[in-house]
Design a protein around this ligand. Structure first.
Ligand code: ADP
Ligand code: C5P
Ligand code: MG
Length: 218
């Protein structure tokens, strides 16, 4: 298993003591199918509420592009295949981005973590590395049919330059979403932690519901 190659995650992260000197981060996980509008809605949340948006996909794409990254090729392969990158890589990118944000401005302790946790491995990585360091308030779930998701991504693909906004990758991404991500959403649902928004409507209608949720839950 590739994860084992990277050794113990906990050896590489700053201590819980260091994190406890900062405000405890408040996290909203943002989930939904590819193209459901997670990034679009997160941008609108950032404009209206005091949240920092961290997209796991964006962090992975940046790491893929970083000169000298030992994970660049692996990430590129996983993204094109619509597979979920081993969490040892992703969780360290998320942790680092959270740390850098809070170091720059200690009042920035509210995070939208978009596109995470996407499978069991992601969830376990969060538990291992972040559970003690951050509070997960709820999961914001953008619920949208597969056809709408695919059509939006194909449209985005005309200008995004993304290697996975094509029909072949999208079919794999939808399968990954249905087989690996939906069970994670269902798990949070059993704990009453999911706030579902009908994401098939226009951007402003979706955001009206998002705003109601955030006005209520902070
Ligand atoms: P995700 O981050 O969930 O993959 P994005 O926010 O990047 O989704 O949106 C995917 C594409 O669909 C983008 O081109 C975006 O402009 C468009 N889009 C987002 N929300 C909507 C919406 N409610 N209605 C129509 N198009 C949308
Ligand atoms: O969320 P986004 O659509 O940007 O994710 C693009 C791709 O990045 C996913 O299909 C997957 O290959 C990778 N990814 C991942 N683990 C995550 C989030 C994204 O491997 N938690
Ligand atoms: Mg996105």
């Amino acid at each position: 298993m590739i994860c084992r190659l990277f050794g113990s995650v906990s050896q590489k992260v700053p201590s819980v003591l260091y994190w406890s000197s900062l405000m405890k981060p408040q996290v909203v996980f943002v989930l939904g199918g590819p193209g459901a509008g997670k990034g679009t809605q997160c941008s609108k949340i950032v404009e209206n509420f005091n949240y920092t948006h961290l997209s796991a996909g964006d962090l992975l794409r940046a790491e893929r592009a970083r000169e000298g990254s030992e994970f660049g090729q692996l990430i590129a392969n996983y993204i094109k295949e619509g597979k979920i990158v081993p969490v040892e890589i992703t969780i360290n990118l998320i942790r680092k981005a959270m740390e850098e944000t809070m170091q720059r401005d200690e009042k920035k302790f509210r995070f939208l973590i978009d596109g995470f946790p996407r499978n069991e491995d992601n969830l376990q990585g969060w538990r291992d590395v972040m559970e003690e360091r951050a509070d997960v308030k709820f999961v914001l779930f953008f619920d949208c049919g597969n056809k709408v998701c695919i059509d939006r991504c194909l449209e985005r693909g005309k200008s995004s330059g993304r290697t996975d906004d094509n029909r072949e990758s999208l079919e794999k991404r939808i399968q990954t979403y249905l087989q690996s991500t939906r069970p994670i959403i269902d798990l949070y649902q059993t704990h009453g932690k999911v706030r579902t928004v009908d994401a098939a409507r226009c951007v402003d209608e979706v955001f009206a519901d998002v705003k109601t949720i955030l006005d209520k839950e902070g």
